[in-house]
Design a protein around this ligand. Structure first.
Ligand SMILES: [Fe+2]
Ligand SMILES: [Fe+2]
Length: 311
């Protein structure tokens, strides 16, 4: 494929999906949100897209009540898609998950209440699934033993660096209720990450897309596929979850940069665009001609008009 801009294609691509909140027997969340359907719709769009991820990273709250059947159904929905995409599935624990069912049903591990921390190697890109949950609670914590484990993992840099995937993101939130449910003792985590090869932190839990930095590392929080929290809800509402704006993110890992992009779970009516049939013509052009044809306001080749006449 012809390179159109300054950057060669990303070396690694991840799809970052969060907060699926599935229930047993395919029940609707709050009796209202068809969460399985939302997830399946998002995955169908992901599968049809031209961007092909190396891994699907699910940052927690996979099952709303930690029910065994919810994990079985999650695997049944996700794994065939991942297989067809040739993508690895990376699970992360969330506060709505239960460690014993998570470990036994997703990893075929006998019942265990130990923290669920795992290292995945995606062709030299290290993705660390880090468990920030506290049994019986919704806020986040990291134990001293986990910090020690993380320090040991990061002691050896990975060829393409590391991405830390954790449910509770280490960034402030303007939603006061969610601030109560934040990750505790964040300076201890910062101390471990400083100077490490961690290039990006992926999070969930907040149910809205948000981006920040932590210990100088970019933090990207994917919204949710189930329902989202509305930051612009009426001031009378302390917290407002709505059945809309569900999304997932693409993570493009370049040699020296990482770019995250948010994609809606639902598809919408197209109002402008042009078909892939233009590709051979555009690719065949010398770069200077391509720039003139696509960028000049005086260009005879107006693709917007072409799109309109196609319709
Ligand atoms: Fe959640
Ligand atoms: Fe959560």
């Amino acid at each position: 494929m012809t390179q159109m801009g300054q950057y060669p294609p990303a070396g690694h691509v991840l799809a970052h999906i969060s907060d699926t909140h599935l229930l047993g027997e395919g029940r609707a969340l709050y009796g209202k949100v068809p969460v399985e359907q939302r997830l399946a719709t998002g995955l169908a769009r992901l599968e049809a897209a031209p961007i092909k991820p190396d891994a699907l990273v699910f940052t927690g709250d996979l099952a709303d009540l930690g029910e065994p059947d919810a994990y079985r159904r999650l695997r049944a929905i996700v794994e065939p898609v991942a297989e067809r995409l040739g993508a690895e599935v990376i699970w992360v624990m969330g506060n709505h998950d239960e460690r014993t069912t998570y470990a036994s049903l997703l990893f075929d591990q006998p019942d265990t209440d130990v923290t669920q921390d795992r290292v995945h190697d995606i062709r030299g890109l290290r993705v660390i699934s880090f468990d920030t949950t506290v049994p019986g609670y919704h806020h986040g914590e990291i134990t001293a033993a986990q910090l020690q484990w993380l320090r040991a993992v990061l002691a050896e840099p990975a060829p393409h660096g590391s991405i830390l995937a954790m449910h509770h993101p280490p960034v402030p939130t303007p939603l006061e209720v969610m601030a109560v449910l934040e990750l505790h003792d964040q300076p201890a985590l910062a101390a471990v990450l400083q100077g490490s090869d961690v290039r990006l932190i992926l999070g969930g839990h907040l149910h809205y897309s948000t981006h920040g930095t932590f210990a100088g590392i970019p933090v990207s929080v994917a919204a949710a596929t189930c329902y989202t929290l509305d930051l612009a809800a009426d001031a009378e509402r302390l917290l407002s979850g709505v059945d809309g704006a569900q999304s997932f993110d693409f993570v493009h890992v370049y040699e020296n940069q990482i770019v995250t992009s948010t994609v809606p779970v639902a598809g919408f009516a197209e109002v402008t665009g042009f078909s892939n049939s233009y590709r051979p013509m555009i690719e065949a052009m010398p770069a200077a001609t391509r720039l003139e044809q696509l960028s000049s306001k005086l260009s005879p080749l107006n693709l917007t008009e072409a799109a309109a006449s196609e319709a």
